[in-house]
Design a protein around this ligand. Structure first.
Ligand SMILES: Cc1ncc(COP(=O)(O)O)c(C=O)c1O
Length: 379
């Protein structure tokens, strides 16, 4: 049997389309939204999620995630909402990790009741998961590491508990990327990415993807055709091109993040650093066991009374205050005002997302320039 190529090789080579017109080595971009049907069983159509450019990206991400098939979307939220609406109907129940991307939290909190779907947000250890599942539970949704506090979940443990009860598990793997974490190998059923972040990687593309085993991916595609959140061909091509450097970007970003976390951990203006790569982080051993690296997202609390999150962000020269993540440039945000603004104040307080919390998405610049910028802003 031919050995499976390394992830680096798959980033470059998996899923390309042949260019028979010119012999060029890049995938052609097929833009038509009308295609002849007389001699075809299946008409390619963007909102049927079956175009060649969509398939090229799906194949690449499936190679990286160890999945059989997938569906490419116009945003991460289109992927998340479509997958949840595929798995759940009125009368069902879902268990979700309590610390989630704020948009996912808001989608569930605002829509599920209206749709007649029960839900519980839980701090998802395997034991808590076992307690939270009911005979009506059909889906379990989690992130790891979490947004914004980088908690690490025991993916194998949670997947085992859910599988024994016939519950489908879904992970938002945006923060880790398939370069650092392959949840399907740990027993998770569906892997979702906001491709807007690391997969796209250049802060210029909105997209999302869900991958799974073939039968489940077919169900998701079926539902997606009703909901319609598809991605057009030029954007598919941009994503395919970005994925060719995913491994290089993530490796460099991860190395930079460790340098910055160590720098912040020593800084007197910083009360606490949240980064799984620090040995002091409660999820360090688990992350070491289930990830290939600790990722490029980190967060830190400012020490009370010294400076404010707003002041620090305004004093930075290189690091850009911005509300997204995963790009080649280092960005910073206050989750209480950005990613988690839709949560109630009491929910944010309970989860530990204070006004003094700053979240860094570390880029590919030289780490010394980044720490110098932070030093100047914090001192
Ligand atoms: C972890 C995570 N998942 C999902 C999303 C939603 O992705 P999108 O903005 O592409 O819809 C985000 C957006 O910030 C995110 O941070």
């Amino acid at each position: 049997m031919t050995p499976q190529p390394h992830l680096d090789t798959q980033c470059v080579h998996a899923g390309g389309l042949p260019d028979t017109a010119s012999g060029g080595i890049n995938s052609p971009i097929y833009t038509s939204t009308a295609a002849g049907y007389l001699d075809r069983d299946r008409v390619p159509y963007q909102r049927y999620f079956n175009t060649p450019n969509q398939a090229a990206v799906v194949q690449k991400v499936c190679g990286l995630e160890g999945a059989e098939d997938g569906v490419l979307f116009g945003s991460g939220m289109a992927a998340i909402s479509t997958v949840l609406l595929t798995l759940l109907r009125a009368g069902d129940h879902a268990v979700l990790q309590e610390e989630l991307y704020g948009g996912t939290h808001a989608f569930v909190a605002e829509l599920f009741e209206r749709l007649g779907i029960g839900f519980d947000f839980v701090a998802l250890t395997p034991a808590a998961c076992a307690r939270a599942l009911t005979p009506k539970t059909k889906a379990l949704f989690l992130e790891s590491p979490t947004n914004p506090l980088l908690h690490v979940m025991d993916l194998r443990g949670v997947a085992e508990v859910a599988r024994a009860r016939g519950v489908t598990t879904v992970i938002d793997n945006t923060f880790a990327t398939p370069i650092l974490q392959q949840p399907i190998a740990l027993g998770i059923d569906v892997v979702i990415h906001s491709g807007t972040k690391y997969l796209g990687g250049h802060s210029d593309l909105q997209c999302g993807i869900a991958v799974a085993h073939a039968a489940l991916a077919a169900q998701i595609r079926h539902q997606a055709c009703h909901l319609g959140g598809s991605l057009n061909a030029p954007s598919c091509y941009l994503l395919e091109r970005s994925l060719k450097t995913l491994h290089l970007r993530v490796e460099r970003q991860t190395a930079n993040a460790l340098c910055i976390a160590q720098f912040l951990a020593e800084h007197p203006a910083v009360a606490r650093v949240y980064y799984p790569g620090l040995t002091t982080h409660p999820g360090h051993d688990l992350a070491r066991a289930q990830m290939r690296g600790f990722g490029a997202m980190l967060a830190f609390d400012l020490r009370p009374g010294r400076t404010s999150a707003d002041t620090v962000q305004r004093r930075l020269r290189l690091i850009r205050p911005a509300a997204s993540l995963g790009g080649v440039e280092t960005t910073i945000c206050a989750p209480a005002r950005t990613s988690h603004v839709k949560l109630s104040g009491s929910d944010r307080e309970r989860l530990g997302i204070s006004e003094a919390l700053l979240r860094l998405s570390v880029g590919i610049e030289h780490h010394a320039d980044l720490t110098a910028d932070l030093a100047e802003a914090l001192d």
